[in-house]
Write a protein that binds this ligand. Structure first.
Ligand SMILES: O=C(O)CCC(=O)C(=O)O
Length: 300
């Protein structure tokens, strides 16, 4: 991680700054509530897994030409679907949200060709990242990086989403949520999902199109417990958290730009905020990954 500074208590911080906060100072088992900047997304993953930061950013990780080409191919892809799971967005690829593992892996095989085509073929940017993760992983005791499997079928390596500011809500592109509840949900019983621990869960986001100054990713210093999730009525889904529940929390404001890759601990509540005005056609690809012993598994 670059850019180390002394721990200070801050209400928010943006890229190129490291900020830490009371939680870290009082509880040595918590990760630093900080945003790190990294030269490679794979480096960011291990730093965040090791608790050196809760989030990491790699700027200009994807060439501008590749971002443009992916955006153009996505816009023309007939396989895109409109997903309405609380937010309307255009999706290409499989998502495990609210699905049984069996339903999810069967969906993966339906979409994998279109995802690969839009991302640009066999050696796409996400695949390159996964290869780099395997190399970097050797330095961190990782022997295998592989898709999470179910019924002998693999998970996907990426899904793509394009979102606008939510109609009727000037300020949000993606409401407050976390990514752990959907993994620990009872519908995943008996699958590899249930081996995943909250602190080992990482979300990786590849930004192909973000309007300048808009659509920042906010990560809040709130990692809900099971009791929190139950009392907020979001157990099993992790969505949507009422904005009020993070009103007093510190936050990392990650002003993501086209070409960036951001890595965050998925168990922390996060949201995408429009900014000064509404935004349109914000395109990302993402995947989740988790360390299980000396293996990293990934899924979408
Ligand atoms: O779009 C982003 O910056 C974050 C995406 C995200 O949190 C999600 O897809 O669950």
């Amino acid at each position: 991680m670059t850019d180390q500074t002394q721990a200070t208590v801050m209400k928010s911080c943006s890229r190129n700054n490291i900020c830490s906060q009371q939680n870290f100072l009082t509880n040595p088992n918590s990760p630093r509530f900080a945003l790190g900047t990294y030269n490679r997304p794979a480096e960011a993953v291990f730093s965040v897994l090791d608790g050196e930061a809760v989030a990491g950013i790699t700027g200009d990780a994807i060439p501008a030409l590749a971002c443009n080409q992916i955006y153009e191919r996505f816009k023309c892809a007939p396989e895109r679907e409109i997903l309405s799971d609380g937010v309307e967005r255009s999706l290409l690829g499989a998502t495990h949200y609210k699905k049984t593992p069996g339903e999810y892996v069967r969906e993966v095989s339906k979409h994998s060709q279109a995802v690969r085509r839009v991302l640009g073929g066999e050696r796409d940017v996400v695949q390159e990242f996964i290869s780099d993760l395997s190399l970097e992983g050797r330095l961190h005791g990782i022997h295998l990086v592989r898709p999470l499997n179910h019924d002998g079928l693999p998970s996907a390596h990426a899904r793509l989403f394009m979102c606008d500011t939510i109609a009727g809500n000037e300020n949000l592109v993606l409401p407050h949520h976390e990514d752990y509840s959907q993994v620990s949900a009872p519908l995943n019983a008996g699958s590899e999902f249930h081996l995943i621990k909250a602190n080992a869960l990482i979300a990786v986001n590849f930004y192909f199109r973000v309007e300048p100054g808009l659509g920042a990713l906010h990560v809040f210093n709130f990692k809900p417990s099971r009791a929190d999730r139950q009392s907020l009525g979001v157990d099993d889904y992790g969505f949507p958290y009422p904005e009020e529940c993070v009103a007093g929390s510190d936050r990392l404001v990650i002003g993501v730009r086209t070409g960036d890759v951001a890595v965050i601990r998925g168990a922390y509540v996060h949201a995408v905020v429009s900014g000064e005005h509404a935004t349109k056609d914000r395109l990302i690809a993402n995947l989740f990954l988790a360390r299980i012993g000396s293996t990293i598994v990934y899924w979408t």
